[in-house]
Design a protein around this ligand. Structure first.
Ligand SMILES: [Zn+2]
Ligand SMILES: [Zn+2]
Length: 279
């Protein structure tokens, strides 16, 4: 394992359970040569991870995972080797995170006008540890508060009557496109990789992005089967693009790793220099 790299892990900087330094320590313990930190829409955990990398003697790849939308599908784009001091990138990521907060506030405002009063504090309390897939707060949490406060009988009613698309309290979520994310990453001197292409159920979108400017595919991922891994690795290789992989580690609860344990999906660590544009 001394020449392997896990290029997809989350920390407490987004929706992971462990601080960045702990991910790095676990990667070292797993015998890896390198680990990437790829939190959702933020690079806040990278500095701590880089310092831990020096301490434990393991290579840390700065990264992030940007949530985008294409044709109604949520598409994740990984960015590697970005500069953590890039002011433009930092302000763009901040704006991304703010979009969701504004949308939540808009929906709470709509509910208040309908006589259902939910404060942002109540919403955050309901979200607690059970954040959405990208680490954020959203409609399922609002629905939970509506149930808790007796405005609706269950979460289904909350969506059917108030929060579902087209319902009175609904507000739409504007996300950037995958191509925007790729451009942002390139402008921050990073390498743009399409995350877990097997999870979208839409290979046309994946191929389009790959041919339109993405630098590679995350062929190896905890949720991919062997066929997917082979297919995506071939697609990328045939086009002279990069093939990456990682566990998508989010933490461990009761001895079970979320998505996958650190080191459960890896690629040869020789790719690291390419992700850092040093190869
Ligand atoms: Zn993802
Ligand atoms: Zn992820």
């Amino acid at each position: 394992m001394g020449d392997r790299a896990d290029l997809h892990t989350h920390t407490t900087a987004s929706d992971g359970m462990f601080p960045p330094a702990e991910n790095v320590r676990l990667a070292k313990e797993a015998g890896l040569a390198a680990v990437a930190i790829t939190d959702h829409d933020t690079i806040a955990g990278i500095e701590e991870a880089l310092n831990a990398g020096k301490k434990y003697g393991i290579s840390v790849v700065p990264g992030m995972e940007i949530s985008t939308s294409s044709g109604g599908k949520e598409i994740h784009v990984l960015g590697y080797g970005i500069s953590t001091e890039d002011k433009v990138l930092l302000s763009r990521l901040l704006a991304l995170r703010n979009v969701r907060n504004r949308r939540n506030e808009e929906m709470l405002g709509n509910l208040a006008e309908l006589g259902m009063h939910v404060s942002y504090e109540e919403l955050e309390a309901a979200a607690g540890k059970s954040r959405l897939e990208d680490g954020s707060i959203g409609r399922p949490h609002i629905a939970q508060v509506l149930v808790d406060k007796g405005y609706v009988a269950d979460k289904k009613e909350a969506f059917d009557r108030w929060l579902g698309e087209g319902m009175p309290a609904y507000a739409s979520l504007t996300r950037i496109s995958p191509m925007d994310a790729i451009q942002w990453i390139h402008e921050a001197d990073g390498i743009a990789i399409i995350a877990h292409p097997g999870l979208y159920g839409d290979d046309d979108v994946v191929l389009t992005m790959l041919d339109a400017g993405a630098d590679g595919l995350e062929a190896y991922h905890t949720e991919h089967d062997a066929q997917m891994e082979q297919r995506y690795a071939e697609w990328a290789e045939n086009r002279g693009k990069l093939v990456t992989g990682g566990s998508d580690f989010h933490g461990v609860k009761d001895g079970v790793a979320f998505h996958g344990a650190i080191g459960s999906r890896t690629v040869d660590s020789s790719i690291v220099s390419k992700l850092l544009r040093k190869g």
